[in-house]
Design a binder for this molecule. Structure first.
Ligand code: BDR
Ligand code: CA
Length: 319
């Protein structure tokens, strides 16, 4: 299996992504780093450890990452979206403790050196740890197989400002460095994550499962759905982070995913946090852009929900 490093701000949809990845025989989670986003990096690490224990995988190491973004201070997270504890108020049995001897960025650099050319990076929170890792090890882009990140809004509105998506908006300076580094980036933005929705029937199916992780996810989604009801007008939710995980595993077919120049606005004007993707070739099918290294996933071939449910309920492996 492909070694995989997950960077997350666990978070309800992060929890879905983690459960999804644990179900994949083609990838092996060799390390997880937490970062402040939905909750603080410290709380995100606890949620991750508790989920790992519930899933019977307390062996996977978790390192606590950056509390603050590169330039500004952590803003306190998104309790209105994910609950005060990050997982919709669901109380999981407490479990082990995080690695104390390395930060998330150090863990990523170590793993990149341990698995040269093989390690896949999946980033589903703000990109602070990844930017720190790039500063620690500028050869990181050559050492890893690639990075898939949930973040950005290419052609649709943002979810934090009119133009900025949360993971990017929470640390635009870090995101700017990550997109500028010379590696293959796959961006999974709101364009595709808001178009793939988990419905109430799916939540009920999770709640009825015999699998304790699936049931916990069903409980968390109750909270998440209430936030998304204000957006979609019914009890349901977008599937940001698990979709990025599935894209990283090549488990979903992509209909539109051009490789383009993309950069992040890290200025202090109204565009702060915007992912500026050069999609000008869309009418002629996105001709090649020399030097471009960001694949922007805009559309899937099929709805993601059935696949996600099959994996979470153990009907099929993730990939
Ligand atoms: C992203 O922001 C976080 O709230 C979610 O976990 C996801 O990673 C969506 O904008
Ligand atoms: Ca997240």
């Amino acid at each position: 299996p492909t070694p995989l490093y997950l960077d997350c701000d666990t978070g309800i949809d992060d929890a879905l992504a983690l459960a999804y990845l644990l179900a994949s025989p083609s990838a092996e989670l060799v390390g997880i780093g937490s970062v402040s986003g939905n909750v603080s990096a410290a709380v995100g690490a606890v949620n991750t450890l508790d989920l790992l224990a519930l899933a019977g995988r307390p062996d996977i190491p978790v390192a606590v990452g950056a509390h603050d973004p590169l330039v500004r201070a952590f803003d306190g997270g998104a309790p209105h979206v994910h609950g005060a504890n990050g997982i919709g108020g669901v109380v999981l049995p407490t479990s082990g403790t995080a690695q104390m001897d390395e930060t998330a960025a150090e863990m990523l650099v170590r793993l990149a050196n341990e698995y040269p050319g093989e390690l896949k990076v999946v980033a589903i929170g703000p990109l602070t740890n990844i930017a720190h890792a790039l500063r620690l090890e500028p050869r990181l882009p050559e050492l890893v197989a690639g990075i898939t990140l949930m973040g950005g809004a290419a052609m649709v509105p943002g979810n934090i400002t009119p133009v900025a998506e949360a993971n990017i908006a929470n640390d635009p300076e870090a995101a700017r460095e990550v997109l500028a580094a010379p590696w293959n980036v796959t961006m999974v933005p709101l364009d595709v994550t808001m178009a793939n929705v988990l419905e109430e029937e799916h939540r009920l199916e999770l709640l009825a499962s015999e699998n304790p992780v699936a049931r916990a996810l069903g409980e968390m989604l109750g909270y998440y759905y209430r936030f998304y009801e204000g957006i979609f007008g019914r009890a349901c939710s977008a599937m940001h982070d698990p979709l990025a995980a599935a894209v990283a595993l090549d488990a979903v077919a992509l209909r539109t995913a051009p490789v383009v120049h993309a950069e992040v606005d890290a200025g202090n004007g109204p565009g702060r946090g915007q992912t500026v993707c050069d999609l000008r070739g869309m009418h002629v099918g996105y001709p090649e852009q020399p030097g471009a290294h960001c694949r922007v996933v805009l559309e899937l071939e099929q709805d993601f929900a059935p696949h996600l449910m099959d994996v979470l309920l153990g009907r099929v492996p993730a990939a």
